[in-house]
Design a protein around this ligand. Structure first.
Ligand code: NAD
Length: 351
């Protein structure tokens, strides 16, 4: 099985190298039969080939059984017409990877607020306010005059329904509680539609409790006591913001694994961005991408009925949990001194 690997920008190549170090080890140990197909995207490929996501790479993504995507520095990209395609948004739409699944777990006992965190955010990631992907043609953002800018938010019953179903399925295997996060007090129609669909799905899961929170209160409640939450379902922008908050509260944004998944494809992608402020310094925490890769293995286990992939994913999680117990094997974001490369090697050795 050939996994497409796209290292991306900024710290992307560094954390991808550490991730492949770990994956090579589980691949050999569990005889997973995985191969890596490397391809360049982002600013490097823009310079060489005029596009941040060349068409042949997009083609490879269409047929790949799984993808590992490093963070991309799309704030620096030129307009689409000049080759600046956001690989993350493009893959989500073209491969129908509508469900961004973002766990936040305090892996060192308690999180930054002194309370344990163990929750998962389910974020619909193909529509909402995200102008680079929410229209069939054109962009959901425009300027009628030089001093007026408009952004259109797209919410469809189908995508709300689908993301809610993913959240309830996960909740069934977890603590049986879903919190729907919305702003229906102001966005009556669009978030009203979101809530209507979530409530509809909830009726099919009588064993799972549904609770609803307004997004601004939710931001505070997460800090007050994150242990109150299990599965959180929400739209694109609220999910993007709350998941960074939840991960940081759990210990560090560098610990935050994530996948974007559809019915037929899955892509491992760290929650954080390309961190240009620490690029090339061997300081980045690769755990986020390594945990994302473990989530991809877990998804492949279900998709191809190969339990050994799940065993490999669990082994990676255990190796990370064990490494984080000691200050000697933590990266600088967690107060440690270990470099990106050394953590990758250490985890591979532990495995
Ligand atoms: P960022 O997530 O890259 O960084 C925020 C802060 O967290 C920085 O201080 C950074 O050093 C730190 N950080 C992030 N990842 C870390 C890691 N693994 N280990 C240690 N520290 C880490 O956010 P930003 O600086 O606002 O964005 C930089 C670029 O990334 C922008 O172009 C943005 O659009 C893009 N971005 C991409 C993705 C993605 O590819 N999935 C997600 C978010 C942002």
């Amino acid at each position: 099985m050939k996994i497409l690997v796209l290292p991306g920008d900024g710290i992307g190549p560094e954390i991808t190298e550490a991730t492949l170090n770990v994956l090579d080890r589980v691949n050999a140990k569990f005889r997973l039969g995985l191969e890596w197909q490397m391809a360049e995207i982002g600013l490097a490929s823009l310079k060489k080939r005029g596009s941040t996501l060349p068409e042949d790479v997009m083609e490879a993504a269409r047929s790949a059984p799984g993808i590992i995507l490093g963070p991309v520095d799309h704030l620096q990209y030129p307009a689409r017409e000049q080759g600046g395609i956001n690989p993350s948004g493009e893959l989500r739409v073209k491969l129908d990877l509508f469900a961004n699944i973002r766990p936040a777990k305090s892996r060192m006992g308690v999180g930054l607020t002194g309370k344990p965190v163990d929750l998962v955010i389910f974020r619909e990631c193909t529509e909402g306010f995200y102008a680079d992907r929410n229209m069939f043609m054109g962009r959901g953002e425009f300027m009628p005059t030089p001093d007026v800018a408009l952004a259109v938010r797209k919410v469809t019953a189908r995508q709300c329904h689908r993301i809610a179903r993913v959240a309830f399925e996960w909740a069934r295997k977890r603590r049986k509680r879903v919190t729907a996060v919305h702003k229906a007090n102001v966005l009556h129609i669009s978030d009203g539609l979101f809530l209507r669909e979530v409530r509809k799905v909830a009726q099919e899961y009588p064993d799972v409790e549904l609770d609803e929170k307004i997004v601004d209160a939710m931001a505070a409640l997460l800090v007050r006591d994150p242990s109150k939450f299990d599965c959180i379902v929400t739209g694109n922008m609220f999910g993007d913001i709350l998941s960074d908050e939840a991960s940081e509260i759990s210990g560090s944004l560098g610990l935050a694994g994530s996948v974007m998944a559809g019915d037929d494809a899955c892509c491992a992608q760290a929650q954080h961005g390309s961190a240009p402020d620490i690029q090339g310094q061997d300081k980045a925490n690769p755990t986020s991408l390594i945990l994302s890769a473990a989530m991809l293995l877990d998804w492949l286990a279900g998709r191809h009925q190969r339990n050994v992939f799940r065993e490999a994913a669990q082994a990676i999680e255990s190796a990370i949990d064990a490494a984080l117990q000691s200050a000697d094997t933590r990266t600088p974001d967690l107060g440690g001194k270990l470099g990106t490369r050394a953590l990758g090697k250490h985890l591979a050795e532990r495995l």
